[in-house]
Ligand binder design. Structure first.
Ligand SMILES: Cc1cc2nc3c(=O)[nH]c(=O)nc-3n(C[C@H](O)[C@H](O)[C@H](O)COP(=O)(O)O)c2cc1C
Length: 221
């Protein structure tokens, strides 16, 4: 990862001052950035009778009001799930238990464009129409209320309309899961993420600033 630049907040000299900021090496902030990822969730969606699931860790709480809980969920535009969520305006977050780490590969390494990732997986359709896994640490069934374009991905703001905590203890975190994953899975993941970083670095500044307008059910891109 190259050198990023932030606004100067104190005096600097030399190269940093000449560049109008001070250099920030990614490795210096990697521990902070790494701690910002959420527990691992299987994000399920449903559109036009088709269901899908992907893995996500870019999820945050977005409400302080207990009677109106909200989340933000960041989904990459190349994902099949992006198309499903944009059109249905719904998603469910199925947070995984620690022993469910094999689902990271089953749901997060290839696309629902190519195969039905929920075939043989037990689930129930909930209020939003999204499948909720019978077996998970806890789930949030969510309806999208707005979204922000981020070039390579979309940040979806969603109301939590139903949910439950089913498992005991802590959910699965990616930083812990990495320790369980076999070496060839990690190598496969590293190849996938390297290719996606290339795509994202080309697209992330191509932000569409048009105010959000929900796509009507049945609309097509
Ligand atoms: C540990 C892990 C975390 C991930 N986090 C995200 C994420 O936060 N947002 C996202 O859009 N994709 C994320 N992905 C990638 C998608 O799960 C992956 O590209 C998936 O194959 C997309 O499936 P789909 O095309 O069926 O939607 C993650 C993958 C893994 C393995």
């Amino acid at each position: 990862m190259g050198v990023l630049h932030s606004s100067p907040t104190r005096r600097h000299s030399g190269r940093a001052a000449a560049e109008g900021g001070y250099p920030l090496e990614y490795r210096r902030i990697a521990p902070i950035m790494g701690h910002l990822w959420s527990p691992v969730a299987a994000v399920t969606s449903c559109y036009n009778g088709k269901t899908n699931v992907q893995i996500a860790v870019a999820i945050g709480a977005a409400s302080i009001v207990p009677r109106k809980p909200r989340v933000v969920v960041q989904i990459y535009k190349g994902n099949f799930s992006h198309r499903m969520i944009t059109r249905s305006r719904a998603l469910a977050l199925n947070f995984l238990r620690q022993d469910q780490w094999p689902l990271i590969r089953a749901f997060g390494f290839d696309s629902g464009k190519d195969r039905d990732k929920l075939a043989g997986v037990a689930y129930q359709v909930r209020a939003t129409g999204c499948p909720v896994l019978d077996d998970c640490w806890g789930f949030l069934d969510c309806r999208v209320v707005n979204s922000m374009d981020a070039g390579d991905m979309t940040c979806f703001l969603a109301d939590v309309v139903a949910g439950d905590t089913i498992g005991e203890g802590a959910p699965l975190w990616w930083r812990d899961a990495r320790r369980f994953l076999p070496g060839d899975w990690l190598a496969e993941w590293d190849r996938k993420i390297s290719a996606e970083i290339e795509i994202s670095s080309r697209r992330m500044d191509l932000i569409d600033y048009t105010p959000w307008k929900p796509i009507e059910q049945g609309d097509h891109e």
